[in-house]
Design a protein around this ligand. Sequence first.
Ligand code: FES
Length: 157
Amino acid sequence: MSVLTEELRERIKAEFPKYPSKRAVTLPALHIVHDAMRAVSTGAIEEIAELLELHPSEVHDTMSFYNFFKDEKHPLGRHRVWVCRSISCMLRGGEELLEKLAEKYGVHPGQTTADGKFTLEFAECLGACEGAPCILLNDECHMDMTDQSASELINRL
Ligand code: FES
């Protein structure tokens, strides 16, 4: 039985004309699968490789290089919360913010809450240093965060 749905396969194939080679579609394909399935399983890697005419190890190398994609043993929660810990945010309490959120929700950075609600991550500069400390909640940047305002955002998820 196939791991990737027909829809995911079609979405990956739709990327082919945009790139000079199928190999160049590796990252877009990983993103498509990761977004939809909240992880890229070994089976998904094999099927992506087949579509791209690559060896599964080549897809796995790309996937593991970025430390962004989760495997099936550590799937993403429904939301992803990135706390910036680069210099501007660090100087304005970013590391403490990350620690407090980790403690409050019982996860270490990189882990998903037991209820699968969100995955907590640390981020490098989010490009919004003027609003340090900031967090990225899914694709939305929130600035001047305190542990209280960050918790309010998370609780609203
Ligand atoms: S250091 Fe955090 S946004 Fe730049």
